[in-house]
Design a binder for this molecule. Structure first.
Ligand code: GLY
Ligand code: MN
Ligand code: MN
Length: 436
């Protein structure tokens, strides 16, 4: 493994800290049932700084003077390794991951008071995990108990996430390469689904095509539970049952992305089960696509995080009026937020190690200004539930089109472009698949 991106992130965090000690635990293994655990995934912050894949590990960073990174990890254990696989152990971890030192995780509680003593600040994710809060409180109290021997507990406790979130907002070259890979795999999975879909298939069969493509290409996990929503299910934003039969004449909305070495892609495509958009389906779809184009045009350095949303809402508001879903003027619909009946979510979110990635959306009162290296989704939609005051032709049509954007010096690069979204391209791909 190339340890240099992780090492340079540690050095960058140490520089931001200036002084003090940071304690960054990885995620615990979680029991799924009885003696079976959920598939293990490291904590995103811990992974960002270490790349170390094992549970029961803690990173300690000491700033000021010569900065140091120390890992606490599981011991080597031949017996356990026979059952559960390889462990680096404190002996091998420093060379393999570029740490200055490593110790057994069993020594952590004994060493914590020494590590905290006489440090001006503790950097920690207070409130994230009650058991860890208690562990840290015990270590701080152990230092305070030694006041008469001249030991001082840190006077300040800072949230290490605030510093890390700022760093995670702007992706480095290593992260961008992984995100491009996650995007490429998910694009191919969406193409695969478009070729496979037919009336009579079940939503879970389509989901299986995604899982197959993700895994066969080396993605470790889906980045979130795939949404495979036929017909009216597309109007349930977080639909994940994926158990209904697909019918001729309805649309299928699929929101599915994968994770590659921790980094997510997040793509939605909506297309007709039978391969041909009906008139009303095409009307709603074209509107959402136009809104997405407007949003993408607004993603550039110097614009704010809010600008793509505002651009998409303006297009959608006008279309909703034209389609007689809403009455009034575009400004009136935006002002009253009546468009939210059909478009109730925002147009994007940061994307990275977490599908809804870390990072503040506002800087004080102002929306965050976009800079090159930020990654965000652009995902307008329109969801039309049946109602007496809604033209029946549009009932149960739910459309979302979601791509992943990397802010560049000139504007943005859509890294998920290989998943078709023009009506003609989707119809051509589905037609070719039928005749293959
Ligand atoms: N798949 C989650 C989202 O689109 O935000
Ligand atoms: Mn998304
Ligand atoms: Mn999504």
């Amino acid at each position: 493994m190339d340890t240099s991106p992780f090492r340079s992130r540690r050095l960058s965090l140490l520089a931001r800290m200036g002084e003090g000690v940071a304690i960054i635990p990885t995620a615990p293994e979680r029991v799924r049932n009885r003696d079976t655990t959920f598939p293990y995934r490291a904590d995103s912050y811990f992974h960002y700084l270490t790349g170390f894949p094992e549970p029961e590990a803690v990173l300690v960073l000491i700033a000021g003077g010569t900065p140091r990174s120390i890992l606490f990890c599981r011991d080597k254990d031949v017996e356990k390794e026979i059952w559960d696989g390889f462990r680096h152990g404190p002996e091998a971890a420093p060379a393999a991951f570029g740490f200055d030192a490593a110790h057994s995780i069993r020594e952590l509680d004994a060493k914590l008071p020494e590590l905290l003593a006489n440090q001006p600040a503790l950097w920690f994710s207070l409130g994230h995990d009650a058991a860890w809060d208690a562990r840290i409180a015990a270590a701080l109290n152990a230092v305070r108990a030694q006041t008469r021997s001249g030991k001082r507990a840190p006077a300040a406790i800072r949230d290490v996430r605030a510093a890390l979130d700022e760093m995670r907002l702007v992706k480095d070259a290593h992260e961008i390469a992984l995100m491009r890979e996650a995007a490429a795999i998910a694009c191919d999975a969406h193409r695969r689904a478009m070729r496979f879909v037919a009336a009579g298939r079940f939503e879970y069969e389509i989901e299986a095509e995604f899982l197959h493509e993700f895994r066969r290409r080396g993605s470790q996990f889906p980045a979130y539970s795939p949404i495979v929503a036929g017909g009216a299910n597309a109007c349930v934003l977080h639909y994940v049952d994926n158990n209904r039969e697909l019918r001729d004449g309805e649309l299928l909305l699929i929101d599915a992305g994968c994770e590659v070495d921790g980094y997510a892609s997040d793509i939605t495509r909506t297309f007709p089960v039978n391969g041909r958009f009906s008139g009303p389906q095409a009307d709603v779809y074209s509107l959402v696509l136009e809104a997405q184009h407007a949003a993408i045009a607004a993603i550039k350095p110097g614009a704010t995080f809010h600008d793509p949303h505002a651009a998409a809402v303006r297009v959608l508001a006008r279309g909703m009026i034209d389609m007689k879903l809403l009455e009034g003027s575009v400004d009136g619909v935006i002002e009253s937020e009546s468009y939210k009946r059909f478009y109730m979510h925002r147009t994007g979110h940061w994307l990275g190690l977490d599908v809804h990635d870390a990072g503040e959306y506002k800087d004080g009162e102002e929306w965050r200004v976009l800079v090159p290296g930020m990654t965000l989704t652009v995902e307008p939609g329109c969801y039309i539930r049946p109602a007496d005051d809604v033209p029946q032709a549009f009932w149960n049509i739910g459309v979302r089109i979601e791509d992943d954007a990397l802010v560049t010096a000139e504007g943005c690069d859509i890294i998920t472009e290989d998943a078709p979204k023009k009506i003609a391209d989707i119809e051509a791909l589905m037609r070719d698949a039928k005749h293959a």
